[in-house]
Design a protein around this ligand. Sequence first.
Ligand code: PRP
Length: 170
Amino acid sequence: MDKKLLISSETIKKRVNELATQISLDYEGRNPVLIGVLKGVVFFLADLARELNIPVEIDFVRAASYGAGTTSSRNVRLTKDIENSVHGKPVILVEDIVDTGLTLTHIIQEIEKKGPESVKICALIEKLEIEDIKIPIDYCGFRIKEGFIIGYGLDFDEKYRNLPDLYVLR
Ligand code: PRP
């Protein structure tokens, strides 16, 4: 597989630390629930959580999207729900990549039903090429215009998730 280095692990680490500093400041004195969207988020969530200076809970959801073609013909459903209660608590949804925003839009709706105090979004990467749905991202690591991105949790056909850097496939 021909791949080109996009963002090095050093740059990722620096940016993750910046995001963690901002979140720690914004949530000072509070205990947010970090909800990671499996599976791509695992390394980002692990690195981010360990740089926070505030107590957090950690939970996960898994979403499956089915139906190919245009964004509007895709459906998203949760195949794994959270296990902790988020009622009355601040929630930070953590994603590796937001492309169309369809996955997160559905997850936000499901989490909102559980009565959280607030829901904010933290994403490592926002893809800029598709402008179908999109949702505002409160904490964004990198905005990337094009290419199929792999590494640091992101896969191509379930491979390359364990690469420490981010690459674009050529
Ligand atoms: C990826 C990514 C997001 C979603 C973004 O997950 O982790 O959850 O796609 O796409 P969208 O904004 O267009 O909805 P994927 O379904 O590839 O699962 P994975 O994290 O297990 O690789």
